[in-house]
Design a protein. Structure first.
Length: 310
């Protein structure tokens, strides 16, 4: 979101952009946490949009319904027990055919400097993303967020990509899956290039599995250097609804988006597709020569796949 405001410290290197969500700086709308997700679509007085709720975790169906409508939860800090919804006015996505594989990053990937795994340490990955660092004394990942995404992981709707070095988890990412869309939640590096390698493996996995949308939430210089772009929320919703309805994610509002699909009316006045959604294949990449020690293909396979599609 660097075009309309300063990026808070701590989100320069990931999907999540400090997710204190400076909505007062016109970055996004902050809405009440209602008992029914569809109630969010009813306009509310501004003073009511900051209402928060306290609970142990978010119901998985409610959480997935939120993602299907282009919104997601956040907390103001790791120690803040409250959670609220966020709807960015500008949205970052990374076109899967537009990943920027630099020569230096390709060398790192091919060298297999990191042991890359998927879904082997989801809780540890979330915990690593939640840890404070020198440039970010706190994060937006509170116990409610941790518990909520762990429940999604148990249901197969959340995944992680982990980077290991000398047996230590040194970086990676996690996110939510719905239909053929992947919603990046957070990524982290404890050593140089770990998050870049994790993202490269994620993009390769999404390409191999027929996924159509990689949502990065907020644009950062780090993500922009890897090919992420920023679009209006209305355009994002058009792509999202198209993907959930089984399309390619290139529809425009008023066109194929939601046409003929039963569901609630979204924020842009377009029908939100109803489940079941056509799902991407998370494990398709593993058929391309996965190594027994990691369960993932070696780096040269990842580099070849990204080179063919970029």
């Amino acid at each position: 979101m660097d075009k309309i405001g300063q990026i808070p410290k701590g989100r320069q290197n990931g999907f999540d952009l400090e997710r204190k969500c400076p909505w007062k700086q016109n970055h996004c709308s902050r809405r009440a946490f209602p008992p029914d997700i569809f109630a969010i679509l009813t306009p509310q007085p501004r003073e009511e949009r900051t209402v928060t709720r306290h609970f142990e975790s978010i119901d998985p169906a409610l959480l997935l319904s939120a993602y299907a409508q282009g919104i997601f939860p956040m907390a103001d800090g790791a120690d803040d027990p409250s959670v609220h919804w966020v709807e960015p006015r500008l949205r970052a996505i990374l076109p899967l055919d537009g990943f920027h594989l630099s020569h230096s990053l390709k060398k790192v990937i091919v060298s297999d400097r990191f042991r890359v795994t998927t879904d082997t340490a989801f809780a540890d990955m979330v915990a690593l993303c939640a840890e404070p660092a020198d440039d970010r004394p706190t994060t937006w990942i509170n116990p409610v967020i941790k518990a909520s995404y762990d429940r999604l992981f148990q249901l197969g709707h959340a995944h992680s990509v982990e980077c290991w070095q000398n047996g230590e988890l040194v970086g990676g990412l996690y996110g939510v899956t719905l239909g053929r869309a992947f919603f990046g939640e957070s990524m982290v590096s404890r050593v140089r290039d770990a998050s870049k390698v994790a993202l490269a493996h994620l993009v390769a996995r999404l390409i191999a599995g027929g996924w159509k949308l990689l949502d990065c939430q907020f644009l950062t210089p780090h993500l922009a250097s890897l090919g992420a772009i920023e679009i209006r929320q209305a355009d994002y919703l058009a792509r999202l609804y198209s993907v959930l309805a089984g399309g390619e994610g290139a529809a425009t509002l008023g066109g194929a988006t939601g046409a003929g699909v039963a569901g609630a009316e979204g924020a842009a006045g377009v029908a939100v597709p109803s489940p079941p959604f056509v799902a991407g294949d998370w494990g398709a990449l593993d058929a391309l020569g996965a190594e027994r020690s990691t369960g993932s293909p070696p780096g040269y396979v990842i580099a070849q796949l990204l080179t063919k599609t970029s």
